[in-house]
Design a protein around this ligand. Sequence first.
Ligand SMILES: Nc1ncnc2c1ncn2[C@@H]1O[C@H](COP(=O)(O)OP(=O)(O)O)[C@@H](O)[C@H]1O
Ligand SMILES: CC(=O)N[C@@H](CCC(=O)OP(=O)(O)O)C(=O)O
Length: 292
Amino acid sequence: MRDAIEKADVLIEALGWIRRFRNKVTVIKLGGSVMENPDALRHCLIDIVFMETVGMRPVVIHGGGAAISRAMAEAKIEPHFIQGRRYTDDATLKIVEEVLAGKVCRHITQEIEDIGGRAMSLNLDPQCVLFGERMTLPGENGEEIDLGHVGTVTEVDRATIENLCYAGQVPIIPSMCIDKATEQKLNVNADTAANAVAEALGAEKLVFLSDVNGVRLDKDDPNTLVHSLNREKALEMIKSGQIASGMIPKVEACLETLERGVSKIHIIDGRLRHSLLLEIYTNTGVGTEIVL
Ligand SMILES: Nc1ncnc2c1ncn2[C@@H]1O[C@H](COP(=O)(O)OP(=O)(O)O)[C@@H](O)[C@H]1O
Ligand SMILES: CC(=O)N[C@@H](CCC(=O)OP(=O)(O)O)C(=O)O
């Protein structure tokens, strides 16, 4: 009996948080690294179904960098990254589409349905919600670095995403967009895509599920977790190399999104069971909060 009462206490404790986030959009970015672990992915999706069931409005943006690199290796194509972005030629774009908009998006949607939730893939054909344009990166001498078919999101079909949320479905969005001018498909870094969606929806919260416990002072030491990271410290850590590789576009995009009105952004460990619920339904939260 005591066990049952304690369980009921836990539910009551969550009441305030459930009320606070009821009817509010939370954008969740599922990193490719988390999705490499089927058990971790399943538990993240169970949390997402829970959120939807209690009246929150989760929207999922997913990457799949590791799966793309694996498929490229099978096709004997060497991946090439520039400032954390994958150089995307014609052959690579085809693989990106097959993996992200095809396999990964469908897999997440199916898993949610298997758990008992409702989800909808928004994977370019027939339904695209992300539109953008080709991007380049600034080189050291002011020249533009070409990335091939890589894009940045400039427009989000907010109505389609919100209508699905109101209808009790979880939208699942792969990190690709269509160039409206050329109708070309483009590969988008999933962190920047998540930020664009959070901003367009005016999300209450944006959560990155990664394969680390957050931003660390020493990237290899989980005990050096930074609980709250402000702009000044983040830029300093990028400059010194303490923040490196995939964490650079993630943190940079977060700082931009905070400036554009999304009030809460967290980077948490998707491998930690129920990290998403812990982040939302506890006072202390887990992982790193990015602040201005
Ligand atoms: N200071 C840092 N703290 C934590 N992780 C870092 C840091 N600098 C670089 N990283 C790397 O960033 C990775 C997470 O980003 P990323 O590769 O984009 O994965 P995902 O998109 O799956 O979250 C970590 O696996 C880690 O190797
Ligand atoms: C342009 C670019 O780099 N696109 C990424 C898209 C996937 C992604 O970002 O996946 P993660 O979140 O797992 O890293 C790529 O091709 O890997």
